[in-house]
Ligand binder design. Structure first.
Ligand code: DON
Length: 304
């Protein structure tokens, strides 16, 4: 299959979709990102890579970081993690508060903000230098030392993080956060503010393609079973309340972020990342979703 030709075609085919979404503006530092950017990268299980557009331009990974923090927390707590966070789709927006109150402080899954804040608390309470732990892990998995925390974005999240502060305080009231609320939020905002490019992302998620093995870090970062489970959670929870539509139109386990990135995998075959900053109403990249739909349609490669 001529993957380069397919990626080039997709870049052409998605042009009419620019201008139909909106860049995230609830984090002011993200609102300044130019909306017309586009990148896509593909890495096959044998290490061959293809890309199109600005695949080496770093962007704010935002909620894609929740994938890496989940891997770390599974390693720290094993199955006990699931006493503190569920693994069911929420059917609500990523930053919703309502479910958390009537479900007694146990977030539905580790990818909505409430669940990710619990996961952050797990990491923070087991790390000597918690603010650096996720960024260090990402650098190991991507092999790129330039992946860093964008302090301006992290600060911007602090200044406008009323919902996340509300979630963290509610979690604390249910004793599902053990650490100091502000310290946990600090670690959470910093992990969301990590910058990566599309090539970094397809390299960093290779453990989800290769049964837990990272060819870049040259080690097993998850067991094969854990890798299967992370993929299952991506499929059912990775795109919040748009997850059913995404499975219908794209058919791959994936994780999105409000920076406009989406990373997806076909276990055993490939990882693929796309970046286009304009979002749809659910907070997922509008052009990015369309590009991934075109990829699985043109290639016939999906989990279904
Ligand atoms: O906490 C937040 O709201 C952001 N740092 C991350 C949200 C996000 O990326 C949701 N994804 N689509």
């Amino acid at each position: 299959m001529d993957f380069q030709k397919i990626l080039d075609e997709i870049q052409e085919d998605v042009q009419p979709y620019f201008g139909k979404g909106a860049v995230a503006d609830y984090i002011p530092a993200l609102a300044r990102v130019s909306p017309d950017q586009f990148a896509m990268a593909l890495r096959l299980a044998d290490g061959t890579e293809y890309s199109v557009g600005s695949a080496e331009t770093p962007f704010s990974i935002q909620s894609i970081s929740k994938l890496f923090s989940l891997m770390l927390a599974m390693d720290i707590m094993g199955e006990d993690l699931w006493t503190r966070v569920g693994r069911e789709p929420s059917g609500t927006a990523f930053n919703s508060l309502v479910q958390l109150e009537y479900e007694n402080g146990i977030p539905r899954n580790p990818f909505i903000n409430a669940g990710a804040i619990v996961v952050t608390d797990v990491i923070a309470s087991h790390s000597a230098n918690a603010p650096r732990r996720v960024a260090d892990f990402v650098r190991q998995l991507s092999g790129n030392d330039q992946n860093r925390v964008d302090e301006e974005v992290a600060l911007s999240e602090w200044e406008h993080g009323y919902r996340n502060a509300a979630l963290a305080n509610l979690l604390r009231s249910f004793n599902n956060i053990t650490g100091d609320v502000d310290s946990v939020l600090d670690v959470y905002f910093r992990q969301c503010a990590i910058t990566m490019n599309c090539l970094d992302l397809v390299r960093a998620v290779q453990p989800l393609v290769l049964g837990g093995h990272s060819p870049i870090a040259n080690r097993q970062v998850l067991t094969q079973r854990e890798a299967k489970r992370v993929n299952a959670i991506m499929l059912t929870c990775g795109l919040y309340d748009a997850v059913g539509n995404f499975a219908y139109s794209v058919g791959l386990p994936a994780k999105s972020g409000v920076g406009g990135g989406i990373v997806a995998v076909l276990p055993g075959q490939f990882s693929i990342a796309v970046w286009a900053p304009e979002l749809d109403a659910a907070g997922n990249s509008l052009v990015g979703t369309r590009a991934l739909e075109l990829f699985t349609t043109k290639t016939g490669l999906s989990i279904f």
